[in-house]
Design a protein around this ligand. Structure first.
Ligand code: COS
Length: 403
């Protein structure tokens, strides 16, 4: 039996996230964008109402929403409010996810509660990308050399969401340069470690309420106890993390598209030219119909990928399908929304151009549109669609507990 009705818990979660997006995020969104600053006050309020830690286990002080579907429901609303703010919050969950997937009980007990304090906002960051290793993530060259009970990390990272303002990093480095994916380990790195510094924030096209920076590591000493999984597990931990978060990003793209569509639809009903509302012209009506239809389709793909993940079934291909499709939808819908508004859409007096700028990142971060298609094609050729249990396809690494 297939059902599309949300559970009471998901409905409550959606309504909390929507109200927060409407009443707290949206009023400040143009200013955060203009000033290119992280709105700490908004983050503090998000922590107070439980929106920073809702997806983390209750045992560590989180809200206990353990499913990817719940994250999708929340992210559609937060991105609807402002993609930049949602990116800051998402960056923390992106760092918490590999700890929950692969951390030991001690690692979880030590680090997850940090993200759950309702009175203090402590951010996380996922540090994978490097200047010469973007799409080709396993080509990373940051090294981790074992030295007794510690590792010594050297190298640099770039385009790190929350880089320099995070309290905790999950950072990927090679213990065996030249061994590619098989030589990559994942480490939990405290933000205040000596030798860890950050560059200045990138000046970006969109998601300007988020902070993105390079990281530099010079002989950063990390306890060996902070390694997630085995020495060769890091790359697979990163991929398993992205499998889960890409569905969430797809839902975020739906949120941006929905924001632009709603505005354009209302405008088309009010704006009169040639004696009638422009929505009554087929040229505009068709645009609106295609926008709405593609948003619905993108949401269904995101929900299906999340559902597969939550059933413990393989979802790599479907997460990439959802992310690729929804990101393209966000780009097209926001561009069409600017078109519906014409000169007003292009003006910074209206919110639509911001949504178009914000949408572009959805085709880039957490794997570009091209990488998603590469993953999809590989999955198809390998016979994806059979939906073997995820654990059988990609043997679980260390801790069995899924976020
Ligand atoms: N889950 C678990 N393991 C996975 C996996 C997944 N989804 N995808 C790959 N792996 C495993 C493979 O099975 C392989 O292990 P085995 O040799 O034991 O089979 C290993 O990881 C290497 O995989 P692969 O050979 O496919 O790696 P490639 O370097 O060819 O490509 C892509 C991997 C392109 C998919 C990866 O580099 C990628 O996703 N790039 C984009 C990175 C990204 O999203 N960056 C955004 C930064 S985070 S905001």
């Amino acid at each position: 039996m297939i059902g599309f009705a949300l559970s009471d818990e998901h409905r409550a979660l959606r309504s909390l996230a929507h109200r927060f997006a409407l009443e707290v995020i949206r009023p400040g969104a143009p200013r955060f964008d203009e000033e290119e600053t992280v709105p700490w006050e908004v983050l503090r309020q998000a922590a107070e109402v439980g929106l920073t830690a809702y997806a983390l286990p209750e045992a560590y002080g989180g809200g206990g929403v353990a499913d990817v579907f719940g994250r999708c429901v929340v992210d559609e609303e937060l991105y609807w409010g402002c993609a930049g703010v949602a990116t800051v919050l998402g960056g923390t969950l992106l760092a918490a996810t590999p700890i929950l997937l692969s951390g030991t009980p001690e690692q979880k007990e030590r680090y997850i509660p940090r993200f759950c304090d309702p009175r203090a906002v402590r951010l996380g960051a996922f540090a994978l990308t490097e200047p010469a290793a973007g799409s080709d993530a396993s080509a990373l060259t940051t090294t981790a050399r074992r030295d007794g009970a510690e590792y010594v990390l050297n190298g640099s990272k770039c385009f790190i969401t929350n880089g320099g303002i995070a309290d905790t990093y999950v950072l990927f480095a090679t213990v065996a340069p030249g061994r590619g994916a098989d030589g990559i380990a994942a480490f939990i790195v405290d933000g205040d470690r000596a030798g860890l510094t950050a560059g200045r924030g990138e000046r970006k096209l969109g998601i300007r309420a988020s902070h993105t920076a390079s990281l530099y590591l010079e002989d950063v000493r990390v306890p060996a106890a902070n390694r997630l999984g085995g020495e060769a597990d890091g790359f697979r931990i990163a991929m398993r993390t992205l499998d889960r978060t890409r569905a969430q990003i797809a839902a975020g793209a739906v949120g941006i598209a929905r924001a632009a569509f709603e505005f354009a639809c209302q405008y088309a009903g009010e704006r009169r030219q040639f004696g009638r509302p422009i929505g009554q012209f087929q040229a505009i009506g068709t645009l609106l119909a295609d926008m709405a239809t593609s948003i619905e389709a993108a949401r269904l793909l995101a929900w299906r990928a999340a559902w597969l993940a939550d059933q413990g079934l393989s979802h790599t291909t479907e997460s990439s399908m959802a992310k690729a499709f929804a990101a393209d939808v966000a780009m097209r819908v926001t561009t069409d929304a600017v078109q519906v508004l014409g000169g007003y859409g292009y003006s910074r007096e209206y919110p639509v151009e911001k949504w178009m700028r914000d949408a572009k990142i959805m085709q880039i971060y957490e794997g570009t549109a091209q990488i998603q298609r590469l993953v999809i094609a590989r999955g198809l050729l390998a016979g994806a669609g059979a939906h073997a249990p995820a654990a059988a396809k990609h043997a679980a690494i260390a801790g069995p507990e899924a976020p």
